[in-house]
Design a protein around this ligand. Structure first.
Ligand code: NAP
Length: 285
């Protein structure tokens, strides 16, 4: 039977530490502030933005919301980002994705100043991550590393197999695992003999976007299984990329969905906002 890695507990632990850190920064006259831009009225985006604002309020980070109409043009959005880049009271800027189709999202993400890029999507921050000297870290993969750290799992020397090579999860996950001295295999839809790869994993990370994709026959006894997926099963119920019921008995550790990796993503967004505020005032950890 696997030990369940409880994302909510680890989130609460990390947020409590950050709350103290923000109070300490406030006492030095530093007020971390996250500017969140939302364009249009997509209901899922509204939920994500509200959750981010609530997390800020919970730990004393100032949150500012900029809600723009559906018909906003790329130029209008870029000029708001220019204003926020120049605003010394703003530590971090986030543009909730997806944006309406008339907006050039790459241009938007590249316009956010790298030192305020709390999602770590700017090419400069991605480059820094790849050479191992970035202050900003990608939120979901960083959340996974924090979960392992909390459980006392050191990936050094382990074989980490990642399924999925997205820019948001798979690729940066591979970079963080490499930096942590794991030996990494990055799999994708063209990978041959996927099950052979996954059965060789000490740590298996699934970020595929397909419900219950990782089945028990793909997992060896004792594997640490991290499920990044947020999918819907045949009944519309939230589930992960891992067939949890059948994989859990073989795993040594496993993250559930919901309540696993999900809560860590916003937590690491808070981390980046505090880091940005400190870097802008040149305070080291
Ligand atoms: P994505 O951009 O759609 O990437 C999916 C990856 O899976 C691609 O690299 C794809 O390979 C690979 N893949 C698809 N079918 C495969 C197969 N049959 N065998 C092997 N690899 C296969 O997805 P994403 O953004 O990484 O998201 C993945 C999941 O994580 C989704 O459920 C998403 O909702 C969830 N997610 C959760 C969080 C969180 O906070 N918990 C954050 C981000 C994402 P190719 O590159 O070859 O197409």
């Amino acid at each position: 039977m696997a030990k369940i890695i409880d994302g909510k507990k680890i989130r609460d632990y990390n947020l409590a530490l950050m709350k103290d850190e923000v109070a300490e920064l406030n006492s030095q006259g530093i007020y971390p502030c996250l500017a969140v831009i939302i364009v249009g009225s997509d209901p899922a985006s509204r939920v994500y933005v509200n959750n981010k604002k609530a997390a800020c309020e919970n730990i004393g980070i100032i949150s500012r919301e900029y809600a723009l109409p559906e018909e906003t043009s790329t130029d209008e959005l870029l000029s708001l980002i220019d204003e926020l880049n120049a605003d010394e009271a703003v530590s971090g800027i986030l543009c909730q994705l997806p944006v309406p189709k008339q907006i050039d999202s790459d241009a938007v993400l590249e316009r956010i100043s790298p030192d305020k890029d709390v999602d770590c999507f700017h090419p400069e921050n991605v480059g820094r991550l790849s050479i191992g000297n970035g202050a900003m870290l990608p939120c979901t993969p960083h959340g996974v590393m924090k979960m392992l750290e909390y459980e006392g799992i050191d990936p050094a020397g382990m074989h980490c197999v990642i399924i999925g090579r997205s820019n948001i999860v798979g690729k940066p996950m591979a970079m963080l695992m490499t930096a942590a001295n794991a030996t990494v295999t990055l799999c994708h839809s063209k990978t041959k003999n996927l099950s052979e790869m996954t059965r060789n994993a000490d740590i298996l990370i699934a970020s595929v976007g397909k419900p219950k994709f990782v089945t028990a026959d793909m997992v060896s006894e004792g594997t640490i299984v991290i499920d990044v997926g947020m999918d819907r099963d045949e009944n519309g119920k939230l589930c992960g990329d891992v067939d949890y019921v059948n994989v859990e008995p073989k795993a040594s550790y496993i993250t559930p969905v919901p309540g696993g990796v999900g809560p860590m993503t916003i937590t690491m967004l808070m981390r980046n906002t505090i880091t940005a505020a400190k870097e802008q005032k040149k305070i080291k950890k």
